[in-house]
Design a protein around this ligand. Sequence first.
Ligand SMILES: NC(=O)c1ccc[n+]([C@@H]2O[C@H](COP(=O)([O-])OP(=O)(O)OC[C@H]3O[C@@H](n4cnc5c(N)ncnc54)[C@H](OP(=O)(O)O)[C@@H]3O)[C@@H](O)[C@H]2O)c1
Length: 221
Amino acid sequence: MDAVRKKPLWIVGGSQGIGKYLRESLDADYELHSFSRREGFDFAEEGVVRELLVDRGTPFAWIHCPGSFLEVPLLETSAQDWEELLRSNLWSFLNAAKTILPAMGDEGGGRVLTFGAAALGQRRAKLRGPAYFAVKEALLSVVQSLAKEWAPRGVLLNLISPGLIAHEHSARESQERMRSKVPLGRLGNPSDLLGLVRLLLSPQGSYLVGQELVVDGGLSL
Ligand SMILES: NC(=O)c1ccc[n+]([C@@H]2O[C@H](COP(=O)([O-])OP(=O)(O)OC[C@H]3O[C@@H](n4cnc5c(N)ncnc54)[C@H](OP(=O)(O)O)[C@@H]3O)[C@@H](O)[C@H]2O)c1
């Protein structure tokens, strides 16, 4: 008897950090496709995603991890820094969404997860990484708008906002400085996100749409 075919799952940013952990953890349950620039796939480039859809077909789910961090005061943030933040955090997602969401809609639906950052919902100043948080705010707005537009076609978009998640390439000095502000008293690990990601990919997550889901040990309280 043939094994049941696993659902295709694309992880963009599966080469390091949170994406790498999710790739390794979800590999047994999904037909996993990992993409990153070092693997030859830049999701901020025109045409890349269109070709991938032709080659690999439409995924059931797309987890989008790119999102470079920058901790520089606002007036010292250069035009080049802004460009990089926007390209990494916002444009790589929007550029891919233009092609992936209609393809998922044609298949009857799909799941889309991307990453914000804890404290987005708070209407207050963010002096740690103000440009980064401003771009993440824009991403939240984009996810909410797309979620409302695409939910009727079964495409469910949500945004996970992590707190301080330590991994081999995370901003450790900055994270250690913030550690004492976490009510749970520790930095997070990529594994702290796994339960939520599994829920959002599962049938039990099929009534969750357009939400910002914060996983931060209470940092934003
Ligand atoms: N770690 C934390 O504490 C934390 C906290 C709050 C929010 N977040 C958010 O959570 C997400 C994941 O964080 P992380 O720490 O795991 O990030 P990360 O270590 O910077 O990893 C990003 C991944 O995305 C890939 N990537 C970047 N630009 C890409 C592009 N244009 N096309 C394809 N792949 C691209 C990178 O590989 P290449 O460089 O080879 O492309 C890498 O594999 C980010 O959005 C981040 O802002 C993280």
